[in-house]
Design a protein around this ligand. Structure first.
Ligand code: KG4
Ligand code: ZN
Length: 388
């Protein structure tokens, strides 16, 4: 199987019939997806129909090295790198899918939310391709891409509860249809990935911080440090992670003052304590989000996760146990589909195209674009760009 290729395991298929345009929904579509909302330039080709699609190719060009000296993503550097790499990743994904643009039915592109320069680069690239080929242009909400990933990877049917947990986002979404999302709660300050990255820096561990902390935590004793579990005293499923990095800073400074520096064991113990604090909050708040969804009358049978932090095995393990307690099935897309990628954008675009819904050349890049327009905003703008 070529790299990035992922065979689908259809589970619960949505109803197959005719779309609003009269298109036969049994006829598979082939969609090119483009993603450039943060620090990954990505393109992918997905072929199929709702609930049963195959990733023909998925190319991700990461920018971690370009931002390494700056302690975070620098928007201007990101936008320039996207502009340089977009046509290369598009060409590469078509090559890997053994296709040319004449084999494509539509061009899906992330139109927000995200760092505006990067989103603009992707939207301009997609508009150029659509204008040159006459193919339909489909603007996609990046968060919808993440939220629909369990359907792409596992054929999961609606409704389900989604914990979207990444470097720029953290929210519980009740996903009841390809365009029906209710945000039940989310972080009121930092996203967990952001907290992982900042805490890794505090410990002198390399970026991205999530994988470094997960590695360091393996030999650690979490119980050595008592870190806070914010907002657990509240019944809702909102979360706060900014106080955790302050607590990490204090714990580190205490050790440095007492011993003149950190040993490898100190690093491991602090990493384990941090991971366990984040995990406890995500697990307990997931339990409450599921209870809230059920209390609203939703027949909830699945909790799914997506976003970079969803690849953390310790957190996955804790969520799995919690799901068993609540009689929920835990759906975990492969890590490659949890982090930013264009296959999820192509699939979200496929669902829109099937509904006969596209954009024209006035498609705008949006720094902010909440999926659930009815929930009040919880967040300001963070290190990884606008959040929703
Ligand atoms: O979804 P993503 O690729 O990009 C966006 O932020 O949209 O997520 C990246 C974030 C980074 O903050 C990274 O440190 C975190 O996900 N991450 C992890 C792990 N792998 C990536 N956090 C915890 N454990 C991991 N194994
Ligand atoms: Zn993302």
């Amino acid at each position: 199987m070529p790299p990035g290729h992922c065979r689908m395991r259809p589970r619960v298929l949505p109803r197959i019939g005719c779309s609003a345009t009269g298109r036969d929904m049994n006829e598979p579509l082939t969609i090119l997806g483009i993603e450039s909302s943060c620090d990954d330039t990505a393109a992918a080709v997905v072929r199929g129909r709702p609930g049963s699609a195959e990733i023909l190719s998925s190319v991700v060009y990461g920018q971690t090295d370009l931002h390494a000296d700056f302690g975070g993503v620098v928007p201007e550097i990101a936008a320039r790198a996207h502009a340089e790499k977009l046509d290369i990743v598009v060409e590469q994904c078509l090559f890997e899918a053994d296709l040319t643009l004449s084999g494509i039915d539509g061009i899906a592109v992330t139109a927000g939310p995200g760092l505006i320069g990067g989103v603009l680069s992707g939207v301009m690239c997609a508009k150029g391709l659509a204008a040159a080929t006459g193919l339909p242009l489909i603007g996609v909400n990046h968060l919808a891409g993440h939220a629909l990933t369990p359907q792409l990877s596992d054929g999961l049917g609606f409704p389900y509860l989604m914990l979207l947990v990444s470097g720029g986002h953290c929210q519980f979404l009740l996903v009841e249809g390809p365009d029906t999302y209710t945000r039940l709660g989310g972080t009121i300050d930092d996203a967990p990935g952001e907290a992982f990255d900042k805490s890794a820096r505090i410990l002198g561990l390399p970026q991205p911080g999530g994988p470094s902390i997960e590695r360091a935590a393996k030999g650690g004793r979490a119980e050595r440090f008592q870190l806070p579990r914010p907002l657990l005293d509240r019944d809702d499923c909102n979360m706060s992670f900014s106080g955790l990095k302050t607590a990490m800073l204090r714990a580190r400074d205490g050790l440095v003052q007492a011993n003149g520096g950190l040993t490898r064991q100190d690093q491991s113990d602090l990493a384990a304590a941090f991971q366990s604090a984040i995990g406890d909050v995500l697990i307990e708040k997931s339990r409450r989000a599921a209870q809230i969804a059920r209390s609203r009358g939703t027949r909830l049978a699945h909790l799914a996760i997506a976003g970079g932090v969803a690849s953390n095995m310790a957190i996955r393990g804790g969520l799995e146990t919690m799901c068993r307690d609540l009689g929920l099935e835990f759906v975990t897309p492969p890590p490659k589909l949890c982090t930013d990628n264009a296959a999820m954008i192509a699939y979200a675009g496929l669902l829109r195209h099937m509904r006969g819904d596209h954009d024209d050349m006035t498609l705008a890049a949006r720094p902010r674009w909440p999926l659930d327009q009815n929930s009040p905003s919880l967040l300001g703008s963070g290190r990884k760009g606008a959040k929703a």
